[in-house]
Design a protein. Sequence first.
Length: 138
Amino acid sequence: MKNNITALFAGLLMGLGLTISTMVDPQRVLGFLDLLGQWDPTLIFVMGGGLAVYMPLYFLLIHNKNTTAFGTPCDLPSSKQIDKPLVVGAILFGVGWGLSGICPGPALVNISGGATEILIFVVTMLIGMIVGARIKMT
């Protein structure tokens, strides 16, 4: 139960951070990706701020640990190989992000607004996850 409450708190905190930093606005993200037009560097500052807070904590508290803060084992991938499914997934994620200006985290934050475009994005994202899992099983 503690893990679920922690995950809920972390998700709410991330959603709040995405909202405050305006990273839930697809136009903000598309502006960052528009290198040859009116480029918006805001996303770099948001990422840099997140890394500046996280990296010291990571190396002090998390690095080289095999358990969570509650003592349960971490489920980390054992493979370090870059394989075809990883590359294809990364390409699909990047293309989807570039076309829509939104990735899964901000999409879930935006779903509460009820915008049709976001609802379509989330539904197609879920369909893609289901299809991907089924393809991986075969």
